[in-house]
Design a protein around this ligand. Structure first.
Ligand code: TGC
Ligand code: FAD
Length: 391
Protein backbone atom coordinates (compact mmCIF):
# COMPACT_ATOMS: atom_id res chain seq x y z
CA UNK A 1 0.00 0.00 0.00
CA UNK A 2 1.27 3.51 -0.87
CA UNK A 3 2.81 5.47 1.98
CA UNK A 4 0.25 8.21 2.64
CA UNK A 5 1.89 9.53 5.81
CA UNK A 6 1.51 13.19 6.73
CA UNK A 7 3.34 14.76 9.67
CA UNK A 8 1.36 15.97 12.69
CA UNK A 9 2.18 19.30 14.29
CA UNK A 10 -0.69 20.24 16.62
CA UNK A 11 1.22 22.97 18.46
CA UNK A 12 2.79 24.51 15.33
CA UNK A 13 6.24 23.38 16.33
CA UNK A 14 7.51 23.77 12.78
CA UNK A 15 7.66 27.47 13.61
CA UNK A 16 10.40 26.63 16.11
CA UNK A 17 12.52 24.81 13.52
CA UNK A 18 15.05 26.52 11.28
CA UNK A 19 14.70 26.34 7.50
CA UNK A 20 17.68 23.97 7.42
CA UNK A 21 16.12 21.64 10.02
CA UNK A 22 12.84 21.50 8.06
CA UNK A 23 14.69 20.86 4.82
CA UNK A 24 16.68 18.00 6.36
CA UNK A 25 13.54 16.42 7.79
CA UNK A 26 11.57 16.79 4.57
CA UNK A 27 14.40 15.39 2.44
CA UNK A 28 14.67 12.36 4.74
CA UNK A 29 10.89 11.85 4.65
CA UNK A 30 10.78 12.03 0.88
CA UNK A 31 13.66 9.58 0.42
CA UNK A 32 12.19 7.14 2.94
CA UNK A 33 8.77 7.24 1.28
CA UNK A 34 10.28 6.55 -2.12
CA UNK A 35 12.96 4.01 -1.22
CA UNK A 36 12.19 2.32 2.08
CA UNK A 37 8.41 2.29 2.58
CA UNK A 38 7.88 0.09 -0.51
CA UNK A 39 10.27 -2.63 0.74
CA UNK A 40 10.04 -2.47 4.51
CA UNK A 41 7.23 -4.99 5.04
CA UNK A 42 9.12 -7.57 2.97
CA UNK A 43 12.35 -6.90 4.87
CA UNK A 44 10.51 -7.37 8.14
CA UNK A 45 8.76 -10.51 6.94
CA UNK A 46 12.01 -11.98 5.56
CA UNK A 47 13.93 -10.91 8.69
CA UNK A 48 16.54 -9.29 6.50
CA UNK A 49 18.22 -5.92 6.82
CA UNK A 50 17.88 -4.21 3.40
CA UNK A 51 21.57 -3.54 2.80
CA UNK A 52 20.80 -1.84 -0.52
CA UNK A 53 19.50 1.23 1.36
CA UNK A 54 22.84 1.92 3.06
CA UNK A 55 24.12 4.47 0.48
CA UNK A 56 20.75 6.26 0.62
CA UNK A 57 20.90 6.39 4.41
CA UNK A 58 24.31 8.01 4.11
CA UNK A 59 22.94 10.49 1.54
CA UNK A 60 20.26 11.81 3.93
CA UNK A 61 22.89 12.30 6.65
CA UNK A 62 21.73 9.39 8.81
CA UNK A 63 25.30 8.27 9.58
CA UNK A 64 26.94 10.72 11.93
CA UNK A 65 24.61 13.71 11.43
CA UNK A 66 26.46 15.77 14.06
CA UNK A 67 29.97 14.49 13.31
CA UNK A 68 32.07 17.33 11.83
CA UNK A 69 32.30 17.50 8.07
CA UNK A 70 36.10 17.12 8.17
CA UNK A 71 35.47 13.49 9.19
CA UNK A 72 32.74 12.92 6.60
CA UNK A 73 29.82 13.70 8.92
CA UNK A 74 27.05 16.16 8.14
CA UNK A 75 28.06 18.68 10.86
CA UNK A 76 24.42 19.22 11.87
CA UNK A 77 22.93 20.27 15.18
CA UNK A 78 21.21 17.93 17.64
CA UNK A 79 17.65 18.81 16.60
CA UNK A 80 18.47 17.94 12.99
CA UNK A 81 19.90 14.64 14.23
CA UNK A 82 16.69 14.04 16.16
CA UNK A 83 14.50 14.85 13.18
CA UNK A 84 16.39 12.36 10.99
CA UNK A 85 15.90 9.67 13.66
CA UNK A 86 12.19 10.58 13.84
CA UNK A 87 11.79 10.12 10.10
CA UNK A 88 13.68 6.82 10.08
CA UNK A 89 11.65 5.33 12.91
CA UNK A 90 8.45 6.66 11.37
CA UNK A 91 9.13 3.99 8.76
CA UNK A 92 10.77 1.33 10.94
CA UNK A 93 12.57 1.18 14.30
CA UNK A 94 15.06 -1.30 12.84
CA UNK A 95 16.21 1.18 10.21
CA UNK A 96 16.58 3.85 12.89
CA UNK A 97 18.52 1.31 14.95
CA UNK A 98 21.07 0.82 12.20
CA UNK A 99 21.60 4.56 11.99
CA UNK A 100 21.62 5.08 15.79
CA UNK A 101 24.28 2.46 16.28
CA UNK A 102 26.41 3.71 13.41
CA UNK A 103 26.17 7.35 14.54
CA UNK A 104 26.01 7.41 18.30
CA UNK A 105 27.55 4.13 19.33
CA UNK A 106 30.33 3.75 16.76
CA UNK A 107 31.17 7.13 15.21
CA UNK A 108 30.57 9.09 18.43
CA UNK A 109 33.10 7.18 20.58
CA UNK A 110 35.69 7.20 17.78
CA UNK A 111 35.18 10.95 17.39
CA UNK A 112 35.16 11.70 21.14
CA UNK A 113 37.65 9.15 22.50
CA UNK A 114 39.65 8.10 19.44
CA UNK A 115 43.10 9.22 18.29
CA UNK A 116 43.37 11.46 15.24
CA UNK A 117 44.59 8.44 13.22
CA UNK A 118 41.54 6.43 14.30
CA UNK A 119 39.20 9.30 13.35
CA UNK A 120 40.80 9.60 9.92
CA UNK A 121 40.79 5.86 9.33
CA UNK A 122 37.26 5.00 10.43
CA UNK A 123 34.92 8.02 10.40
CA UNK A 124 34.78 8.82 6.66
CA UNK A 125 34.12 5.17 5.78
CA UNK A 126 31.38 4.96 8.41
CA UNK A 127 29.80 8.26 7.32
CA UNK A 128 29.57 7.12 3.70
CA UNK A 129 28.20 3.70 4.65
CA UNK A 130 31.18 1.97 3.02
CA UNK A 131 31.68 0.41 6.44
CA UNK A 132 29.05 -0.58 8.97
CA UNK A 133 29.91 -0.58 12.64
CA UNK A 134 28.52 -2.13 15.82
CA UNK A 135 28.78 -1.54 19.56
CA UNK A 136 29.47 -4.34 22.00
CA UNK A 137 28.52 -3.58 25.58
CA UNK A 138 25.86 -6.14 26.60
CA UNK A 139 26.94 -9.66 27.54
CA UNK A 140 24.88 -12.81 28.06
CA UNK A 141 24.95 -12.31 31.86
CA UNK A 142 25.29 -8.52 31.98
CA UNK A 143 22.53 -6.51 30.33
CA UNK A 144 21.18 -3.79 32.61
CA UNK A 145 24.38 -4.08 34.65
CA UNK A 146 27.13 -3.67 32.04
CA UNK A 147 29.68 -2.75 34.72
CA UNK A 148 29.85 -6.46 35.63
CA UNK A 149 31.16 -7.44 32.16
CA UNK A 150 33.57 -10.36 31.86
CA UNK A 151 35.06 -9.58 28.44
CA UNK A 152 38.71 -8.74 29.07
CA UNK A 153 42.03 -7.99 27.44
CA UNK A 154 45.64 -8.55 28.47
CA UNK A 155 48.64 -6.48 27.50
CA UNK A 156 50.96 -8.81 25.57
CA UNK A 157 53.64 -6.21 24.89
CA UNK A 158 53.13 -5.53 21.19
CA UNK A 159 49.34 -6.22 21.15
CA UNK A 160 46.32 -6.88 23.35
CA UNK A 161 44.74 -10.33 23.71
CA UNK A 162 40.94 -10.10 23.83
CA UNK A 163 38.62 -12.80 25.22
CA UNK A 164 34.91 -12.93 26.00
CA UNK A 165 31.59 -12.47 24.28
CA UNK A 166 28.86 -9.92 23.66
CA UNK A 167 25.17 -10.57 23.11
CA UNK A 168 22.35 -8.74 21.29
CA UNK A 169 24.60 -6.63 19.13
CA UNK A 170 22.79 -4.65 16.41
CA UNK A 171 24.52 -4.84 12.99
CA UNK A 172 27.24 -7.21 14.24
CA UNK A 173 27.06 -9.87 11.48
CA UNK A 174 27.51 -7.21 8.75
CA UNK A 175 29.91 -4.91 10.58
CA UNK A 176 33.46 -4.19 9.45
CA UNK A 177 34.32 -2.73 12.85
CA UNK A 178 33.07 -3.32 16.38
CA UNK A 179 33.54 -0.87 19.25
CA UNK A 180 34.04 -3.37 22.05
CA UNK A 181 34.03 -2.51 25.75
CA UNK A 182 36.29 -4.77 27.78
CA UNK A 183 38.20 -4.78 31.07
CA UNK A 184 41.97 -4.59 31.33
CA UNK A 185 43.96 -6.55 33.91
CA UNK A 186 43.13 -3.96 36.58
CA UNK A 187 39.40 -4.31 35.83
CA UNK A 188 39.16 -0.88 34.16
CA UNK A 189 36.82 -0.66 31.14
CA UNK A 190 38.28 0.49 27.80
CA UNK A 191 36.99 0.66 24.23
CA UNK A 192 38.75 -1.42 21.54
CA UNK A 193 38.22 -1.26 17.78
CA UNK A 194 37.94 -4.86 16.65
CA UNK A 195 37.98 -5.30 12.89
CA UNK A 196 36.34 -7.96 10.77
CA UNK A 197 38.81 -10.66 9.80
CA UNK A 198 40.89 -10.51 12.99
CA UNK A 199 41.69 -14.11 13.88
CA UNK A 200 39.48 -15.53 16.62
CA UNK A 201 36.73 -12.93 16.08
CA UNK A 202 33.28 -14.09 14.93
CA UNK A 203 29.85 -12.44 14.85
CA UNK A 204 27.07 -15.01 14.41
CA UNK A 205 23.53 -13.81 13.76
CA UNK A 206 20.81 -14.18 16.39
CA UNK A 207 17.75 -15.58 14.65
CA UNK A 208 14.13 -15.98 15.68
CA UNK A 209 13.38 -12.37 16.66
CA UNK A 210 9.71 -11.41 16.58
CA UNK A 211 10.74 -7.75 16.83
CA UNK A 212 13.10 -5.47 14.91
CA UNK A 213 13.19 -8.03 12.13
CA UNK A 214 14.45 -5.55 9.51
CA UNK A 215 17.56 -4.97 11.65
CA UNK A 216 20.26 -7.60 11.91
CA UNK A 217 21.37 -8.60 15.42
CA UNK A 218 24.16 -10.92 16.47
CA UNK A 219 26.77 -11.92 18.99
CA UNK A 220 30.43 -10.99 19.18
CA UNK A 221 32.79 -13.80 20.17
CA UNK A 222 36.45 -13.17 20.99
CA UNK A 223 38.69 -16.19 21.28
CA UNK A 224 42.24 -14.99 21.89
CA UNK A 225 41.86 -12.12 19.41
CA UNK A 226 45.10 -10.19 18.87
CA UNK A 227 44.09 -6.53 18.80
CA UNK A 228 46.78 -4.05 17.66
CA UNK A 229 47.64 -1.52 20.35
CA UNK A 230 46.70 1.35 18.07
CA UNK A 231 43.09 0.06 18.16
CA UNK A 232 42.50 1.04 21.80
CA UNK A 233 40.44 4.22 22.20
CA UNK A 234 42.91 6.38 24.15
CA UNK A 235 40.60 9.20 25.27
CA UNK A 236 38.45 7.57 27.95
CA UNK A 237 38.34 4.68 30.40
CA UNK A 238 35.66 3.48 32.84
CA UNK A 239 31.95 2.76 32.40
CA UNK A 240 31.40 6.46 31.70
CA UNK A 241 32.79 5.86 28.17
CA UNK A 242 30.00 3.60 26.93
CA UNK A 243 27.39 5.36 29.07
CA UNK A 244 28.11 8.71 27.41
CA UNK A 245 27.58 7.07 23.99
CA UNK A 246 24.25 5.82 25.29
CA UNK A 247 23.25 9.40 26.15
CA UNK A 248 23.59 10.29 22.48
CA UNK A 249 21.78 7.19 21.21
CA UNK A 250 18.96 7.44 23.76
CA UNK A 251 18.40 11.05 22.71
CA UNK A 252 17.95 9.84 19.12
CA UNK A 253 15.55 7.13 20.26
CA UNK A 254 13.41 9.71 22.08
CA UNK A 255 12.91 11.42 18.71
CA UNK A 256 12.56 8.13 16.85
CA UNK A 257 9.71 6.96 19.07
CA UNK A 258 7.74 10.09 18.12
CA UNK A 259 8.08 9.02 14.49
CA UNK A 260 6.65 5.56 15.18
CA UNK A 261 3.81 7.09 17.21
CA UNK A 262 3.01 9.63 14.49
CA UNK A 263 2.85 6.91 11.87
CA UNK A 264 0.40 4.87 13.97
CA UNK A 265 -1.73 7.93 14.74
CA UNK A 266 -1.70 9.08 11.12
CA UNK A 267 -2.84 5.67 9.92
CA UNK A 268 -5.54 5.43 12.63
CA UNK A 269 -6.87 8.92 11.89
CA UNK A 270 -7.17 8.17 8.18
CA UNK A 271 -8.71 4.74 8.77
CA UNK A 272 -11.25 6.19 11.20
CA UNK A 273 -12.48 8.57 8.47
CA UNK A 274 -12.61 5.90 5.76
CA UNK A 275 -14.02 2.91 7.64
CA UNK A 276 -17.83 2.91 7.81
CA UNK A 277 -19.74 0.96 10.45
CA UNK A 278 -23.36 1.49 11.49
CA UNK A 279 -23.59 3.87 8.49
CA UNK A 280 -21.00 6.27 9.89
CA UNK A 281 -17.23 6.63 9.74
CA UNK A 282 -15.90 5.00 12.94
CA UNK A 283 -14.21 8.38 13.66
CA UNK A 284 -17.70 9.74 14.41
CA UNK A 285 -18.02 7.56 17.51
CA UNK A 286 -16.97 9.10 20.81
CA UNK A 287 -14.83 6.13 21.80
CA UNK A 288 -12.77 6.41 18.63
CA UNK A 289 -12.43 10.16 19.13
CA UNK A 290 -11.23 9.58 22.70
CA UNK A 291 -8.47 7.33 21.39
CA UNK A 292 -7.44 9.80 18.67
CA UNK A 293 -7.59 12.82 20.98
CA UNK A 294 -5.44 11.09 23.58
CA UNK A 295 -2.94 10.00 20.93
CA UNK A 296 -2.39 13.49 19.53
CA UNK A 297 -2.19 14.92 23.06
CA UNK A 298 0.57 12.47 24.01
CA UNK A 299 2.43 12.99 20.73
CA UNK A 300 2.32 16.76 21.22
CA UNK A 301 3.61 16.50 24.81
CA UNK A 302 6.44 14.27 23.63
CA UNK A 303 7.31 16.67 20.80
CA UNK A 304 7.57 19.59 23.23
CA UNK A 305 9.65 17.61 25.73
CA UNK A 306 11.99 16.38 23.03
CA UNK A 307 12.41 19.69 21.27
CA UNK A 308 13.44 21.31 24.54
CA UNK A 309 15.83 18.42 25.17
CA UNK A 310 17.31 19.10 21.73
CA UNK A 311 17.91 22.74 22.64
CA UNK A 312 19.60 21.68 25.88
CA UNK A 313 21.76 19.21 23.98
CA UNK A 314 22.71 21.86 21.46
CA UNK A 315 23.89 23.96 24.40
CA UNK A 316 25.71 20.99 25.98
CA UNK A 317 23.42 21.16 29.03
CA UNK A 318 21.19 18.06 28.73
CA UNK A 319 21.75 15.65 31.61
CA UNK A 320 21.72 11.86 31.43
CA UNK A 321 18.60 11.86 33.61
CA UNK A 322 16.77 14.29 31.31
CA UNK A 323 17.60 12.06 28.35
CA UNK A 324 16.38 8.99 30.28
CA UNK A 325 13.08 10.71 31.01
CA UNK A 326 12.51 11.46 27.32
CA UNK A 327 13.54 7.98 26.12
CA UNK A 328 11.31 6.29 28.69
CA UNK A 329 8.32 8.58 28.20
CA UNK A 330 8.38 8.60 24.43
CA UNK A 331 8.85 4.87 23.86
CA UNK A 332 6.10 4.07 26.36
CA UNK A 333 3.88 6.67 24.65
CA UNK A 334 4.58 5.15 21.23
CA UNK A 335 3.87 1.57 22.33
CA UNK A 336 0.55 2.62 23.87
CA UNK A 337 -0.41 4.53 20.73
CA UNK A 338 0.48 1.52 18.57
CA UNK A 339 -1.87 -0.64 20.65
CA UNK A 340 -4.72 1.87 20.43
CA UNK A 341 -4.14 2.39 16.70
CA UNK A 342 -4.29 -1.36 16.20
CA UNK A 343 -7.71 -1.41 17.83
CA UNK A 344 -8.99 1.38 15.58
CA UNK A 345 -7.91 -0.66 12.54
CA UNK A 346 -9.95 -3.63 13.77
CA UNK A 347 -8.94 -6.90 12.08
CA UNK A 348 -7.07 -5.04 9.34
CA UNK A 349 -4.72 -3.78 12.05
CA UNK A 350 -3.09 -7.17 12.44
CA UNK A 351 -2.13 -7.41 8.75
CA UNK A 352 0.95 -6.17 6.93
CA UNK A 353 -1.23 -3.81 4.87
CA UNK A 354 -0.66 -1.37 7.71
CA UNK A 355 2.51 -0.62 9.65
CA UNK A 356 0.89 -0.83 13.09
CA UNK A 357 1.76 -4.38 14.17
CA UNK A 358 5.30 -3.96 12.87
CA UNK A 359 5.74 -0.79 14.93
CA UNK A 360 4.20 -2.48 17.95
CA UNK A 361 6.51 -5.49 17.68
CA UNK A 362 9.56 -3.27 17.05
CA UNK A 363 8.83 -1.05 20.03
CA UNK A 364 9.07 -4.09 22.31
CA UNK A 365 12.81 -4.05 21.56
CA UNK A 366 13.07 -0.29 21.79
CA UNK A 367 11.50 -0.27 25.27
CA UNK A 368 14.17 -2.78 26.37
CA UNK A 369 17.38 -1.75 24.63
CA UNK A 370 19.45 1.30 25.46
CA UNK A 371 18.28 0.84 29.06
CA UNK A 372 14.97 -0.79 29.92
CA UNK A 373 11.84 1.14 30.84
CA UNK A 374 12.46 0.36 34.52
CA UNK A 375 16.16 1.22 34.46
CA UNK A 376 15.25 4.67 33.10
CA UNK A 377 12.69 5.08 35.87
CA UNK A 378 15.43 4.25 38.38
CA UNK A 379 17.75 6.80 36.74
CA UNK A 380 15.05 9.47 37.27
CA UNK A 381 14.47 8.18 40.81
CA UNK A 382 18.19 8.38 41.59
CA UNK A 383 18.36 11.87 40.13
CA UNK A 384 15.49 13.31 42.15
CA UNK A 385 16.33 11.58 45.45
CA UNK A 386 20.10 11.38 45.17
CA UNK A 387 19.81 7.68 46.14
CA UNK A 388 20.63 5.10 43.43
CA UNK A 389 18.32 2.09 43.78
CA UNK A 390 19.94 -0.17 41.17
CA UNK A 391 21.76 -2.46 43.58
P1 TGC B 1 27.37 4.28 37.80
O1 TGC B 1 28.09 3.96 39.07
O2 TGC B 1 26.14 5.12 37.85
O3 TGC B 1 28.39 4.96 36.79
C1 TGC B 1 29.64 4.36 36.47
C2 TGC B 1 30.58 5.45 35.96
O4 TGC B 1 30.06 6.05 34.78
C3 TGC B 1 29.83 7.46 34.98
N1 TGC B 1 28.62 7.79 34.25
C4 TGC B 1 28.60 8.50 33.14
N2 TGC B 1 29.57 9.11 32.45
C5 TGC B 1 29.23 9.75 31.31
N3 TGC B 1 27.98 9.79 30.85
C6 TGC B 1 26.97 9.19 31.51
N4 TGC B 1 25.73 9.21 31.04
C7 TGC B 1 27.25 8.50 32.71
N5 TGC B 1 26.51 7.79 33.60
C8 TGC B 1 27.37 7.37 34.54
C9 TGC B 1 29.71 7.60 36.47
O5 TGC B 1 30.02 8.91 36.87
C10 TGC B 1 30.74 6.60 36.94
O6 TGC B 1 32.02 7.15 36.72
P2 TGC B 1 33.29 6.74 37.64
O7 TGC B 1 34.39 7.61 37.16
O8 TGC B 1 32.84 7.01 39.06
O9 TGC B 1 33.53 5.29 37.40
O10 TGC B 1 27.07 2.91 37.06
P3 TGC B 1 26.21 1.66 37.52
O11 TGC B 1 27.06 0.44 37.33
O12 TGC B 1 25.59 1.87 38.87
O13 TGC B 1 25.07 1.59 36.40
C11 TGC B 1 24.12 2.59 36.28
C12 TGC B 1 23.07 2.18 35.21
C13 TGC B 1 22.26 0.99 35.67
C14 TGC B 1 22.16 3.38 35.05
C15 TGC B 1 23.79 1.88 33.87
O14 TGC B 1 24.58 0.76 33.98
C16 TGC B 1 22.83 1.68 32.74
O15 TGC B 1 22.46 2.66 32.09
N6 TGC B 1 22.41 0.42 32.42
C17 TGC B 1 21.63 0.13 31.23
C18 TGC B 1 22.51 -0.54 30.19
C19 TGC B 1 22.19 -0.13 28.79
O16 TGC B 1 21.51 0.85 28.54
N7 TGC B 1 22.73 -0.84 27.83
C20 TGC B 1 22.57 -0.49 26.46
C21 TGC B 1 23.46 -1.32 25.59
S1 TGC B 1 23.61 -0.69 23.93
C22 TGC B 1 22.14 -0.93 23.22
O17 TGC B 1 21.20 -1.35 23.79
C23 TGC B 1 22.07 -0.58 21.77
S2 TGC B 1 20.54 -0.96 21.10
C24 TGC B 1 20.71 -0.60 19.46
C25 TGC B 1 20.10 0.70 19.08
O18 TGC B 1 20.35 1.75 19.69
O19 TGC B 1 19.35 0.77 18.14
P1 FAD C 1 18.09 -7.75 32.01
O1 FAD C 1 19.11 -6.76 32.41
O2 FAD C 1 18.32 -9.18 32.39
O3 FAD C 1 16.68 -7.30 32.55
C1 FAD C 1 15.56 -8.15 32.65
C2 FAD C 1 14.47 -7.42 33.44
O4 FAD C 1 14.96 -7.13 34.76
C3 FAD C 1 14.08 -6.07 32.82
O5 FAD C 1 12.71 -5.87 32.95
C4 FAD C 1 14.84 -5.07 33.69
O6 FAD C 1 14.21 -3.80 33.73
C5 FAD C 1 14.81 -5.75 35.04
N1 FAD C 1 15.90 -5.28 35.90
C6 FAD C 1 17.24 -5.47 35.73
N2 FAD C 1 17.92 -4.86 36.71
C7 FAD C 1 17.01 -4.26 37.50
C8 FAD C 1 17.09 -3.45 38.66
N3 FAD C 1 18.27 -3.10 39.20
N4 FAD C 1 15.93 -3.02 39.22
C9 FAD C 1 14.74 -3.31 38.67
N5 FAD C 1 14.58 -4.08 37.56
C10 FAD C 1 15.72 -4.53 36.99
N6 FAD C 1 23.36 -4.16 23.47
C11 FAD C 1 24.56 -3.69 23.00
O7 FAD C 1 25.54 -3.60 23.73
N7 FAD C 1 24.69 -3.32 21.70
C12 FAD C 1 23.66 -3.39 20.81
O8 FAD C 1 23.83 -3.02 19.64
C13 FAD C 1 22.41 -3.90 21.27
N8 FAD C 1 21.38 -4.07 20.40
C14 FAD C 1 20.24 -4.70 20.82
C15 FAD C 1 19.25 -5.03 19.88
C16 FAD C 1 18.10 -5.71 20.29
C17 FAD C 1 17.08 -6.11 19.27
C18 FAD C 1 17.92 -6.02 21.66
C19 FAD C 1 16.69 -6.74 22.13
C20 FAD C 1 18.89 -5.71 22.58
C21 FAD C 1 20.07 -5.04 22.18
N9 FAD C 1 21.10 -4.78 23.09
C22 FAD C 1 22.30 -4.29 22.63
C23 FAD C 1 21.00 -5.23 24.46
C24 FAD C 1 20.11 -4.35 25.34
O9 FAD C 1 20.75 -3.17 25.67
C25 FAD C 1 19.74 -5.18 26.57
O10 FAD C 1 18.80 -6.16 26.15
C26 FAD C 1 19.16 -4.32 27.68
O11 FAD C 1 20.14 -3.44 28.21
C27 FAD C 1 18.58 -5.18 28.82
O12 FAD C 1 19.44 -6.19 29.18
P2 FAD C 1 18.90 -7.72 29.28
O13 FAD C 1 18.19 -8.03 28.02
O14 FAD C 1 20.05 -8.57 29.67
O15 FAD C 1 17.83 -7.68 30.43
Amino acid sequence: MADRFQGHDYYLMDEMLTEEQKMIRDAAREWLKAEVSPIIEDSFEDAKFPEQIVPGLASIGAFGPYIPEEYGGAGLDQISYGLIMQELERVDSGIRSTASVQSSLVMYPIWKFGSEEQRQKFLPKLASGEWIGCFGLTEPDFGSNPGGMLTNFKDMGDHYLLNGSKMWISNSPIAQVAVVWAKNEEGRIHGLLVEKGMEGFTAPEIKGKHSLRASITGELIFDNVKVPKENLLPGKSGLGGPLSCLDSARFGIAWGAIGAAMDCYDSALRYSMERIQFDKPIGAFQLTQKKLAEMITEITKAQLLTFRLGELRNEGRATTAQISMAKRNNVDMAIKIAREARQIHGGMGITNEYSIMRHMANLESVITYEGTHDIHLLITGADVTGIPAFK
